[in-house]
Write a protein that binds this ligand. Structure first.
Ligand code: SF4
Length: 445
């Protein structure tokens, strides 16, 4: 049998990117070769996202295009995994994708090699591990790694598909997480991003593995403290925390030396009526109180958030409450989404999607303009300052990486700088990037 080839397309969040790294490891482990183009592949695998209808529409569109490749390659296997397959409890989505051969939730990736063998694409394989998180990923970077610490979510925000798509919250053992991170450090990785849907609600079943001198009793803060001690790891961040679980200890752990000077804390709305309807489990005042405590502990921390505009029943006044909260917190960045009803969610069942598309767009643009105005103002303060940049890529003589505030920084340099920390003096501030020059240390003559 000739070596089968696969092409993988990842949609959506960092959790999906991390899951795709595990799929790559699985497929590489059974001798398959990754190719960069779908028309070269025997298996086209789409790791789907269901957060918005447009994300699912892209899958429908692409599947039809890929099915035409069967004229040239009759043995082509088309597979869909991720949230779309996970949330399809009644098979309605599956029925709309007759060209798809394999349609499976993320956790079922462990059985993918067996199913490919049944389809004749690869030789028979032995038993697989039961828990997909036990698969060692094929990391896409040699310096930065995503490390999931939990899967699923038990929060049931009314607009969200995640509890249906990925199941209830399930936490990894602290021993497994720490072993993975120590291994990463051994391989030369210097930055880790901890992933979880409500990452700071992390609970370790094996909390006895935490060191006796660990100062924290909150399991997430304690985990951060342990990771801070891993030699070789220089930068730590996480996404996405839930405001409800920003305990004093988790806030204190933001000041650990290796933690980035940035926190992404989704708020979704500044209106109590909307927060209640979304089942977010905090009020506007409680969110603002968390922000005050964070700023008191780490003055100067950069803050980001997620916001949904045009949720069911959102009036102009309620939207203005979101605008005023955005200004009050003074976020560095906001990821703004127009509400898109998802079938099967509590909001889809119980509420009317009664804000028109035109009005959603108007609110999105209004908030987006405010965000740009604030971020431009904030970024201008960096001009003349030197920031520490972890270089991620270099193309055509321009290096790109993030500062500790997770600002994208660009400067002239070569590929030898990839994976290194470089001090960069900022000369120009744009809305979404800072430009500068590497600071070359002068040696004594
Ligand atoms: Fe979805 Fe809410 Fe869970 Fe986030 S916290 S994954 S929005 S249910």
């Amino acid at each position: 049998m000739s070596q089968a080839k696969y092409h993988i397309i990842t949609f959506g969040c960092q959790m999906n990117k991390s899951d795709s790294e595990r799929i790559r490891a699985l497929l590489g482990g059974v001798g398959m070769e990754e190719v960069g183009r779908p028309d070269e592949a025997d298996l086209i695998l789409m790791n789907s996202c269901s957060v918005r209808q447009s994300a699912e529409d892209r899958i429908f569109g692409q599947v039809n295009g890929f099915a035409k490749l069967r004229a040239r390659n009759p043995k082509l296997v088309i597979a869909v995994t991720g949230c779309m397959a996970g949330r399809d409890k009644d098979g309605a989505l599956r029925r709309k994708l007759p060209e798809v051969d394999l349609f499976f939730p993320t956790a079922d990736m462990v059985r993918l090699p067996q199913r490919l063998a049944e389809l004749g694409l690869i030789e028979q394989v032995g038993d697989s591990v039961e828990d997909y998180l036990k698969i060692a990923p094929n990391y896409s970077s040699v310096r930065q790694a995503f490390v999931p610490i939990q899967t699923g979510c038990s929060n049931f925000c009314t607009y969200c598909v995640v509890p249906a798509a990925r199941g209830l919250e399930k936490n990894r053992l602290a021993a497994d997480i720490l072993e993975e991170i120590r291994d990463l450090a051994g391989q030369g990785m210097i930055e880790v991003t901890l992933l979880g849907q409500t990452v700071n609600s992390y609970h370790a079943e094996d909390s006895e593995v935490f060191s006796s001198d660990n100062p924290y009793s909150d399991h997430f803060a304690a985990l951060l403290w342990e990771i801070n001690r891993v030699e070789g790891i220089e930068r730590i961040h996480y996404t996405a925390p839930h405001p409800q679980h920003m305990t004093d200890e988790v806030i204190d752990a933001l000041a650990l030396p290796k933690h980035v000077n940035y926190l992404h804390l989704p708020v979704q709305s500044g209106s109590d009526a909307m927060l209640t309807k979304m089942n977010r489990k905090y009020t506007r005042d409680e969110y603002l109180d968390v922000i005050r405590r964070i700023k008191r502990r780490i003055p100067g921390i950069a803050l980001g958030t997620d916001i949904i505009v045009g949720f069911c029943g959102e009036t102009e006044e309620m939207f203005e409450e979101t605008v005023s909260l955005y200004r009050e917190v003074d976020f560095d960045i906001g990821y703004i989404a127009m509400y898109s009803p998802r079938t099967g969610t509590p909001a889809w069942q119980a509420f009317k999607d009664d804000v028109s598309r035109t009005e959603k767009k108007r609110r999105w643009k209004h908030l987006h303009d405010i965000m740009e105005e604030i971020v431009c103002e904030k970024n201008r303060k960096y001009v003349g300052q030197t920031v520490e940049v972890l270089v991620e890529s270099c193309k055509k003589g321009i290096c790109v990486g993030n500062s500790r505030e997770m600002k994208q920084v660009r400067f002239p340099g070569g590929p030898e700088l990839i994976g290194r920390f470089v001090p960069v003096r900022i000369s120009k501030a744009l809305a979404w990037a800072l430009d500068g020059e590497a600071v070359v240390e002068k040696t004594a003559e």
